[in-house]
Design a protein around this ligand. Structure first.
Ligand code: AMP
Length: 367
């Protein structure tokens, strides 16, 4: 089986690395010749809407999936005329638009922060009157890692942010003083079979995921059930196939939906060593209609992202239970270039070395 992946970043690279033991092969489409998945599989360099590149990419493939959620939906539709494209393009469409995704989840009965679409100053004014300060003003499309959004505390700040963010195509959200951020990964097979990973706690820094703790400590079973129920509803409504990630704000025993990624997700990287079956392998199993693998955790894991730094490899590997994943990307400030997962049998064992792990992920080497 030959699988085509739209996007050639680290998620595609890790999908391929999980798929080779299953006897699969991979081809990537990415506009950049430097795309790091190209180091582990065939790379077609071209734009997602370039007809000639799409044709070269599609030739001889059995199915297509994506590792990048801002692939133009049109590219997915064009490919879907020739071969299966999974998850369904509809999921891509919903997840690319913050207003659409919140409206969609709300229609399924999933709680979200209060929100309003903003297409002009009047919407902004009415929205702020209804939601109050502070509030978050975000672009509907294209924002990521905390970019394309602003926290506003006054009318002046709101007006300034409104103009800076383009004055239309925005969504205003009530500010949620959450206890913590958590995410769940669900997987739905072509056969309709479902599986869920345990909730993960995510800590961000400067809008970028820094640390995931998995399974999230102190999750009452009711919260896990809630998260699974929300993910199930979303997957069933979309006829979803593959891994999906839902991010939530936890407020006491409540979960408020923040966003959805129709793909494997950074908060699931711990599953490579920390779960019986990784998110990458389960995504592929789901696409192919193969039996899903167990999502049971193996002990406790902490995953830390390497952001714009190359760590000292020997020092990382000297830490028992630490696993380094280097993506083969050029190191640039603010860029995710790798991650380290520390896996231990117990929380106590993990907690002891958490600060050491974080220090290793900060320690830059000359590159
Ligand atoms: P997002 O790109 O929407 O995930 O937002 C980036 C980060 O901003 C989130 O991970 C939260 O830490 C914070 N944030 C986003 N929306 C809200 C909100 N409505 N209330 C409080 N914090 C938020």
């Amino acid at each position: 089986m030959r699988i085509g992946i739209l996007g050639g970043g680290q998620l595609g690279r890790m999908l391929a690395l999980a798929g080779y033991p299953l006897g699969l092969s991979f081809r990537f489409l990415d506009p950049s010749p430097e795309a790091c998945a190209g180091q582990v599989g065939e790379l077609v360099v071209g734009g997602f809407l370039e007809e000639e590149a799409l044709a070269r990419f599609a030739e001889g493939l059995d199915l297509v999936t994506y590792e990048f959620e801002n692939v133009p939906v049109e590219a997915a539709h064009l490919l879907a005329k020739r071969l299966p494209v999974l998850p369904p393009p509809k999921a891509l469409e919903v997840a690319q638009d913050r207003l659409l995704e919140k409206t969609f989840m709300q229609s399924l009965g999933v709680p979200t922060p209060p929100f309003r679409g903003v297409e002009g100053l009047q919407d902004l004014q009415e929205g702020l009157e209804a939601l109050g300060f502070p509030a978050l003003l975000k672009v509907r499309r294209g924002g990521y890692d905390g970019k394309g959004q602003a926290l506003v505390r006054t009318w002046e700040e709101a007006e300034k942010a409104f103009h800076a963010l383009g004055g239309k195509g925005l969504v205003l959200e009530g500010y949620i003083p959450f206890d913590r951020e958590v995410s769940i990964l669900g997987v739905r097979s072509r056969t309709g079979a479902l599986a869920f990973y345990p909730l993960v706690e995510n800590r961000h820094q400067g809008g970028i995921l820094r640390l995931s703790l998995a399974p999230a400590p102190q999750i009452p079973p009711t919260l896990q059930e809630k998260a699974e129920g929300y993910a199930r509803k979303a997957m069933e409504a979309l006829g979803y196939v593959g891994v999906v990630a839902l991010e939530f704000f936890q407020v006491g025993e409540e979960l408020l939906f923040n966003e959805m990624a129709p793909r494997v997700h950074n908060s699931g990287h711990w599953t490579i060593e920390g779960a019986e079956t990784s998110q990458f392998e389960n995504h592929l199993r789901a696409l192919l209609g193969l039996p899903l693998g167990s999502t049971a955790p193996r002990g406790r894991s902490a995953m830390v992202n390497l952001i714009g730094v190359k760590p000292n490899v020997a020092q990382v590997l000297a830490l028992s239970g630490a696993h380094l994943h280097w993506y083969g990307k050029e190191v640039r400030p603010g860029r995710k270039v790798g991650h380290i997962t520390l896996r231990r049998d117990t929380w106590e064992g993990l907690a002891q070395d958490l600060s050491h792990l974080l220090a290793l992920a900060q320690a830059a080497e000359p590159v």
